[in-house]
Design a protein around this ligand. Structure first.
Ligand code: DNO
Length: 356
């Protein structure tokens, strides 16, 4: 397992200098944020970014995300050109030593919450999703970090209608087309493609979402028979409904070598389709983070893992979910679990003794 940390580039208040001081951090997960969605990333910018990161002693082996243009998801307009651009981005990133690309196929909206700074009992604040509040939101007027904010309300209304017309099966069809086009390039360049599940894993605002549960993850993986075609298993996204058993999903898909990137975060399920994000430590939420990590460990997981969203604590302000302190606490907690699992693993003990 390689512990990594998301970094939003030079604009991120959590600098590389801070990230490199978190014990056990091997690299950052990042992207080029100044290229419009769908366009080709310049090799020069990719190489510059890599150098900046490597100069701080960190690796840049995971990109999160190379976003998929809405035209591809809708199978409309310029989708063929955008797919060619996507392939070129895979080639260019591979040239820079990138091993894993995270992406998602969520229509219009990436992760969705009703509030980004809900105050918890201990005075920290966290992202929450209260179903009643989300139901009252007007999606054409919303903007959350991570969303493409370049649409006017009119364009957004049209886009939402297009997805309603497309429906779930239409979205599957376009996903299949995309996968069959890009995967041969990924395989040829030895890049793992890791789809991020929908967050939350159910349809919102009446538009379809399909990367939501075991049945659909199976259907997704069946689209292309090669290990490079895999998952970003996000415990918090899939785990905000009790119907997804994260430990079992990790056992199954890590066992099949299909998880290339692990997002680990805890979440408190409130039972009525609502949830609150919580600290990583298992007793703080509904997920058993120890059992999740044990499932990765038992499967011999050697991919990338990152702490996912953290709360804002100790007065920190910044990008919701992506402050320094709580994510660093999460990383250390998970490294502690991993070290214990390593040292208690009889096979690893034998190997270590042989080395001595
Ligand atoms: C939320 C993230 C997502 C993720 C994308 C991947 O914080 O996990 O925004 O980066 O869905 O494409």
């Amino acid at each position: 397992m390689k512990m990594t940390f998301r970094w939003f580039g030079d604009e991120d208040p959590v600098t590389l200098d801070k990230i490199r001081q978190i014990p056990g951090m091997t690299g950052v997960v990042t992207a080029l944020y100044d290229t419009p969605v769908g366009e080709v990333w310049s090799q020069e910018s990719i190489d510059k970014l890599k150098k900046e990161i490597n100069d701080k002693g960190l690796e840049m082996e995971v990109i999160e995300s190379v976003p998929v243009h809405e035209d591809i998801k809708l199978g409309l307009g310029d989708y063929k050109r955008y797919i060619e651009n996507y392939k070129e981005n895979i080639r260019r990133l591979a040239k820079a030593g990138v091993k894993t690309i995270c992406y998602n196929f969520m229509p219009v909206f990436d992760w969705t919450r009703s509030q980004l700074d809900h105050q918890l009992e201990d005075g920290s604040n966290a992202l929450v999703y209260y179903k009643d509040d989300v139901d009252k939101l007007d999606p054409t007027k919303l903007a959350l970090p991570g969303w493409d904010s370049s649409y006017t309300p009119e364009e957004m209304t049209q886009l939402i209608q297009d997805y309603k017309d497309l429906g779930e099966e239409g979205l599957w069809k376009n996903l299949e087309y995309f996968i069959k086009e890009v995967m041969p390039v990924a395989v040829e360049n030895d890049v793992n493609m890791a789809i991020h599940p929908d967050d939350p894993p159910w349809p919102i605002f009446g538009i379809p979402r399909i990367i939501t549960d075991e049945k659909n993850l199976d259907r997704f993986l069946d689209l292309y028979d090669d290990k490079h075609h895999g998952l970003t298993l996000c415990s918090g996204s899939l785990g905000c409904t009790a119907s997804n058993d994260i430990v079992e999903l990790v056992k199954k898909y890590a066992g099949e070598g299909r998880i290339h990137f692990a997002h680990v975060r805890n979440v408190k399920i409130l039972g009525d389709g609502s949830f609150e994000e919580s600290a990583h430590y298992s007793p703080c939420g509904s997920l058993d983070v120890f059992e999740i990590l044990k499932a990765y460990h038992d499967a011999g997981f050697d991919g990338y893992l990152r702490p996912d969203h953290g709360r804002m604590i100790w007065g920190e302000t910044g990008k919701p979910g992506y402050g320094l302190y709580d994510r660093a606490l999460g990383a250390e907690y998970m490294l502690g679990i991993w070290e214990a699992l390593d040292k208690m693993d009889p096979q690893k003990k034998i190997e270590a003794e042989k080395k001595d």
